[in-house]
Design a protein around this ligand. Structure first.
Ligand code: NCD
Length: 362
């Protein structure tokens, strides 16, 4: 079975439920050598602590082994190798590939050129699906269910890939959401479609104070300094939100505080002792979640968790305007010139199209 995890849109509601169930089993029972003899390759072209280490710990706990790099300067990228060539080569060394890369859509390129399962561990400002699985696992584990929960996504919703992945999944699992960001850091509309269609978007506001009392969970994020084109734009918005004990006084007594980490200054240290602060536990749950995902992708789970790759009708199949290219300067198709442009119909009237790599509407 060929299957990759590039975007959370790839996961059906049933698959999400089965993955979370399997993650709970991994947390309870451990990896039981399910992936003995399997090799994970971790290709990290961008900094990471939690994501890379938790993938590696997960594979070791499953009884498998790990190869990879954490500093692209030591890889053949430094000699000018394309992503496609790297993918075709690593495919012959490993059984499963995890990639983090600064360009949006880069994980799809690796998945297209490799035969082995590929997991997106963050592609620029686009997606970070395994962080989302960790986030919703944390919510389900600590709240029982996501049905009816009110979740606030707060901070850099423009460049933060974790919230791009998370918003549609929260909506799918029955939660409702507030987007809390200044207008300059608002969520791109592409990532709110699912929530809007399900009537799950409660509102968008710049004021955390205004909505904090309604929230069952608050998901704080860091301003993504490295994705700003101009340093002065970052300087203007940094420090917009700082969660303090004072601000928490207006929150529910059982409101969970999540954060994908790393934190910069958006959660004051004084909050760490509050029993609602669960961000370090959340990071810990990432191991069980990634164990479940890799066991499922490698076909080592006792039962079917993921279905075969769904067929998506794209313009590639129809040979649609080869001359049209995605206009997003951070899209992988702008840098890797051998890639054939590919677009997906977004539906709606009038019909619109989004890039199959970075998902931005064109
Ligand atoms: C996030 C990421 O890399 O997008 N970190 C992580 O994987 N936990 C969040 C961030 O860097 O702000």
């Amino acid at each position: 079975m060929k299957r990759a995890l590039i975007s959370t849109a790839d996961l059906s509601l049933d698959e999400l439920g089965r993955l979370l169930d399997l993650a709970a089993e991994m947390e309870r029972e451990g990896g039981r050598a399910l992936c003995q003899g399997q090799i994970l390759a971790t290709l990290f072209y961008e900094p990471s602590t939690r994501t890379r280490l938790s993938f590696e710990a997960a594979m070791l706990r499953l009884g498998g082994q790990v190869i990879g790099f954490a500093d692209p300067r030591t890889s053949s990228l430094a000699k000018g190798e394309t992503l496609a060539d790297t993918a075709r080569m690593v495919d012959q060394y490993a059984d499963i590939i995890v990639i983090r890369h600064p360009l949006e859509g880069s994980a799809k390129v690796v998945a297209d050129y490799a035969d082995k399962p590929v997991v997106n561990a963050g592609d620029g400002g686009h997606q970070h699906p395994t962080q989302t699985l960790t986030d919703v696992y944390t919510l389900r584990r600590l709240k029982g269910s996501l049905e009816g929960l009110v979740v606030g996504l707060c901070g850099d919703l423009k460049y933060g890939r974790t919230v791009h992945s998370l918003a549609p999944v929260l909506a799918k699992l029955g939660a409702r959401l507030y987007c809390i960001a200044p207008p300059e850091l608002a969520m791109p509309p592409e990532f709110l479609t699912e929530a809007e269609q399900r009537g799950a978007l409660l509102g968008q506001t710049a004021s955390l104070q205004e909505v904090i009392g309604e929230l069952d969970a608050l998901y704080m994020t860091r301003v993504q300094r490295e994705r700003f084109e101009r340093e002065e734009d970052y300087e203007r918005v940094k420090g917009t939100y700082i969660l303090t004990k004072g601000l928490l006084a207006g929150a529910k007594a059982d409101m969970l505080i999540l954060h994908p980490l790393p934190r910069v200054d958006e959660i004051a240290y004084e909050v760490d002792d509050d029993e609602r602060a669960v961000y370090f536990r959340q990071a810990g749950f990432g191991v069980a979640v990634r164990m479940a995902l890799m066991a499922a992708l490698l076909g080592r789970a006792k039962r079917t968790v993921l279905e075969p790759e769904p067929e998506v009708a794209s313009t590639r199949a129809r040979g649609w305007p080869a001359a049209a290219r995605c206009g997003n300067p951070r899209c992988v198709t702008q840098q890797e010139s051998y890639l054939a442009p590919e677009f997906l119909a977004s539906g709606g009237e009038p019909a619109s199209w989004r890039c199959a790599y970075c998902e931005r509407t064109i």
